[in-house]
Ligand binder design. Structure first.
Ligand code: AMP
Length: 278
């Protein structure tokens, strides 16, 4: 992969990159289509990265379907599908990691210690291998996009990071490889995430400025659903991820909820009146 990337760069052509953990869905494919319009060559990777999973998380049961993924990626315009083996990326004796000071101490980082250290390390490694001019990440993983943007700025990576919108099922559920684990009744309960985000957006558009009122409304909605457990509900500054005390500027509402044993995350921007993007 590194040699192919080097040859492409030497010929004066550009590379766009979409890293994934596979079990591809329309959210992944939309990133690929977006990326294919940015550069001469589109590289996607599939690698279920062990260093971003905690000891009690779902690494071993993370869904995989390499053959279907290869067909879908080709359809979406991927020129090179990079599928490294764990032993090649993390050989015995591997001991160097990328960490970040403040952003990981928010949202998902608090309940998944070490997660973003794993994400930043694998993204760094993949960028060194794929040498992309552009890399596209989903806004669905809002904090991930923020920590990657910060890392590439802080460490002078020569790759432009591009965020792409969340793709949803027709009823609003954000697409995720983990949705496969939802039973029929949990699939219905899972809709509460999007319902809270939509209601929050409406409240803020109508003038609500108090994050606590929105968080209380969401807690009540989520707790009314069977088999749900709130990890966090936050309304925060889109760059620093610090909680906002008054919603006077566009803010992001992010939530993480366990539905049965499946942890789901979602987020949406909230726009106070007059601050909507043009
Ligand atoms: P994953 O395979 O879950 O690591 O995701 C790979 C990339 O796809 C990340 O940049 C995710 O943010 C992005 N992604 C995951 N789900 C969606 C979605 N529903 N819409 C858009 N992008 C997504």
């Amino acid at each position: 992969m590194q040699h192919r990337a080097e040859r492409i760069r030497k010929s004066g052509q550009t590379i766009a990159f979409v890293p994934t953990m596979g079990y591809l869905h329309k959210g992944h494919l939309s990133l690929m289509v977006h990326a294919s319009n940015l550069a001469d060559h589109l590289v996607a990777s599939i690698f279920v990265n062990p260093t971003q999973f905690g000891p009690n998380e779902d690494l071993s049961k993370y869904p995989r379907d390499p053959e279907r993924d290869a067909a879908l990626a080709a359809e979406a315009g991927v020129d090179i599908l990079f599928t490294p083996h764990e032993k090649d990326l993390y050989p015995a004796g591997f001991e160097t990691f990328v960490t970040q000071e403040a952003l990981p101490d928010h949202l998902c980082g608090l309940s998944r210690p070490g997660h973003f250290r794993g994400v930043l390390t694998i993204v760094t490694k993949l960028f060194h291998i794929v040498k992309p001019h552009f890399a596209v990440f989903g806004e669905k993983d809002f904090q991930q996009l923020a920590v990657i943007r910060k890392m590439t700025a802080d460490l002078n990576f020569d790759t432009e990071i591009i965020g792409a919108p969340t793709i949803r099922e027709s009823d609003g559920l954000a697409m995720s490889s983990r949705n496969k684990f939802l039973s029929e009744s949990h699939r219905k309960s899972a809709l509460v995430l999007y319902r809270c985000l939509t209601e929050a957006r409406r409240m803020v558009a109508e003038g609500e400025t108090d994050p606590q009122k929105i968080i209380k409304m969401s807690e009540a909605e989520i707790n009314a659903e069977a088999d749900t457990a709130i990890d966090y509900i936050a309304i925060c500054h889109p760059d620093t991820l610090d909680d906002v005390r008054v919603i006077g500027q566009p803010a992001v509402m992010a939530l993480a909820v366990k539905v049965g044993s499946t942890r789901l995350i979602d987020n949406r921007m909230l726009f106070p009146p007059g601050s909507e993007p043009g």
